[in-house]
Ligand binder design. Structure first.
Ligand SMILES: *Cc1c(COP(=O)(O)O)cnc(C)c1O
Length: 450
């Protein structure tokens, strides 16, 4: 296996994506975006993002009754970059936000209120009031939040569709920290707790303005079958509420996001189409046209389309092991560095000109620049030997990686560039300057403690 990782086993779109990425790395070196003085950048494949957005739309269009209202709201936390939100908005995709910052990003990108959903587990009264003023959808996390909404709804009228988030308590996937549907999860109203289901039903019967129902049970490591059961439970609860209300009070089901991503090869699996077909098979009522639908995918829309590329500053040997010391580590890949078993990343090797590296495979570590021993992008990886001046690329890092900077060692945020075929780039986020690092580290308060 060379630097063209896994191309043998991919479908056409995976091979095309790898080819676009190789071309972009080469062009980034040629054009000086990457080099000795700019040793780490992040790249976003605009073509690929559009393809994933189109695949998401098509997957649900194929299974929903004509005329069904479907809102795909991108989970902003996955890639909180305004130009990305704008691109997705152009593709007909809205925003799922979970903090004042994320809401501000969505608004800066021009995502309209009716395409925005607020879901955080810790909303302040001010945040709730703002959401209702703007008319964005809100999913209440718990009874205390519903009490706050009661007070707000008494004093104001709002266009906001409002729902309750429930947790069907179906169990965990393979990554405990990302499993939202465990018995003791912090999210939503735990449906199987004693009396909880009846409480939820009563909450709806008492509040005619509750018209949505929300569950987000998927995430990386969660099998599709469990996600489908989460949707089935949500649907069954909506049917029960509507039966007891004697009307179609719940008119929209929000099934969350959480489609896992394949980090092991270029193949996109599972696909949106597979998930949508499985949902349609197991929960046909979801798509019959009686409910509008909201989805909240994050990782699966962006992960495959991002790449961090870092220069090999030094290549050394330690205890017989080859170690490439690069400029990408914990600051751009915190999850992989701190939990390497759960978050292995593919690393592609490029030479000093940005061409895919060939040559015999050598077992090596790919290290980052931070001053702690565990700062490794990959440990004991077999790949063509990385040498000084080469480039190492961490693949599938478009979501929850470089856009989630971790300021260890005061390492600056790298620049993010969108790319198109033909070597065209656009700045998505400027690289952070050292002056900005000082400013955000209390530079203006230099005398505060003396
Ligand atoms: C994180 C999150 C999502 C997106 O999850 P992905 O795994 O990135 O698709 C959607 N909805 C809610 C409520 C979330 O917390």
């Amino acid at each position: 296996m060379g630097a063209h990782i896994g191309t043998e086993e991919t479908d056409g779109s995976g091979a095309a994506r790898a080819a676009r990425r190789d071309e972009a790395v080469r062009a980034a070196v040629d054009q000086g975006l990457l080099g000795p003085d700019s040793p780490v950048v992040a790249l976003l494949d605009v073509t690929g993002i559009r393809e994933s957005a189109a695949a998401l739309r098509a997957a649900f269009e194929a299974v929903t009754a004509p005329g069904t209202a479907v809102l795909h709201a991108f989970a902003v936390k996955a890639t909180p970059l305004v130009p990305v939100l704008r691109l997705l908005r152009e593709e007909g995709i809205g925003a799922e936000v979970a903090s004042p910052g994320e809401l501000a990003l969505a608004r800066a990108a021009g995502v309209p209120a009716e395409m925005t959903v607020l879901d955080s587990p810790a909303k302040t009264p001010a945040e709730l009031r703002e959401a209702l003023d703007l008319g964005i959808a809100v999913n209440a996390d718990n009874p205390q939040e519903l009490t706050r909404l009661d007070a707000l709804m008494r004093s104001a009228t709002s266009r906001s569709p409002i729902g309750i988030r429930v947790n069907p308590q179906l169990g965990a996937g393979s990554i405990e920290a990302l499993s939202t549907a465990t018995a003791t999860s912090k999210f939503g109203v735990a449906l199987r707790d004693e009396g909880a289901r009846e409480w939820v039903v009563r909450a709806y019967l008492d509040r005619p303005w509750l018209t949505r129902l929300h569950a987000h049970t998927g995430s990386q490591g969660v099998p599709l079958s469990l996600m489908v059961r989460g949707a089935a439970e949500t649907y069954a609860l909506a049917e029960e509420i509507n039966r007891r209300a004697g009307r179609r009070q719940v008119d929209t089901l929000d099934i969350g996001g959480g489609l896992p991503v394949n980090f092991a090869s270029e193949a996109t699996t599972p696909t949106y189409a597979q998930y949508a077909r499985m949902l349609a098979g197991e929960v046909p009522g979801l798509f019959g046209g009686r409910y509008g639908l909201v989805t909240e995918f994050g990782r699966s829309l962006l992960a495959e389309h991002g790449t961090v590329v870092a220069r090999v500053e030094y290549a050394k040997r330690s205890g017989g092991r080859a170690v490439a010391v690069t400029h990408a580590g914990v600051q751009v890949a915190a999850r992989t560095v701190y939990a390497p078993q759960n978050w292995p990343l593919r690393i592609a090797a490029y030479d000093a000109k940005g061409r895919p590296k060939e040559g015999p495979v050598v077992v090596q570590d790919v290290a980052g620049p931070a001053c702690f021993a565990g700062d490794l992008l990959a440990e004991g990886r077999s790949m063509p030997l990385l040498e000084q001046g080469d480039y190492a690329a961490a693949l599938d890092t478009g979501a929850y990686y470089f856009a989630h900077h971790y300021a260890y060692n005061s390492l600056a945020r790298p620049g993010v560039y969108g790319f198109w075929p033909g070597g065209r780039f656009a700045v998505v986020r400027e690289a952070q300057t050292v002056r900005e690092v000082v400013a955000e580290s209390g530079g203006a308060q230099v005398d505060a403690l003396t």
